[in-house]
Design a binder for this molecule. Structure first.
Ligand SMILES: Cc1nc(C(=O)O)sc1CCOP(=O)(O)O
Length: 199
């Protein structure tokens, strides 16, 4: 199972400093800081790379400019981003892995047709990170997985208690945000996710 960690948009310095402690145990780190300027993000990503975070584990949300300049693994596109087809049609972006955030089967099929390398689907369970919005549920996750050939990573409300169900419904991986920043022991939490995903 791929384990993706998403920054929470409001990271304290202690959160950034914690990343090198667990980066070896996760597969990808998504920098999702929607209210930061390109300049702030440039500084943050540089700091992470200098502290030993491998560029091939970094995915930058929304900012194609930064993903290219920082030469990271990938770009995560959402509804507010530049259109997916624009990125996938241009050869100069070929080395970037392109993820698209989707919320139903129709969006998933369109994203695959337009050349996405993988999908992020959510939110699967209710979570404080998406307050007031109804969760999509594991049946919808299953339907999305069945509708495309590209990998689907599930997001939203995923805990060690429900990760088994998420994997059983065909997710190639999971993405977590609040659980990792709220715990004092990220390594133990990661272990819990890994162990529970094998059940
Ligand atoms: C950042 C994000 N995107 C989602 C989507 O559905 O696209 S759900 C979500 C929040 C992640 O939740 P948690 O804190 O429970 O891991």
């Amino acid at each position: 199972m791929e384990l993706h960690v998403i920054t929470n948009g409001d990271m304290l310095l202690e959160h950034w400093e914690r990343i090198p402690q667990f980066i070896n145990e996760i597969d990808f780190l998504h920098i999702r800081e929607q209210s930061k300027t390109a300049n702030e993000l440039f500084t943050i990503v540089n700091m992470l790379l200098e502290k030993g975070v491998p560029a091939n584990k970094v995915i930058i949300n929304d900012r194609l400019d930064l993903a290219l300049v920082m030469d990271v693994y990938g770009i995560q596109l959402g509804y507010r981003s530049i259109p997916l087809s624009v990125v996938t049609q241009k050869q100069i972006f070929e080395h970037l892995q392109v993820g698209k955030s989707v919320h139903d089967v129709e969006e998933a099929i369109r994203a695959e047709d337009e050349g996405a390398d993988y999908l992020l689907f959510g939110h699967v369970f209710s979570t404080n990170s998406k307050k007031g919005l109804p969760p999509r549920g594991v049946q919808s996750l299953h339907a999305v997985v069945q509708s495309v050939d590209i990998p689907v990573v599930a997001i939203g409300g995923i805990t060690p208690l429900n990760v088994g169900e998420v994997v059983a419904n065909g997710a190639k991986g999971i993405a977590i945000m609040s659980p990792i920043w709220n715990t004092k022991n990220p390594l133990q939490l990661i272990n819990e996710y890994r162990n529970a995903s094998h059940l």
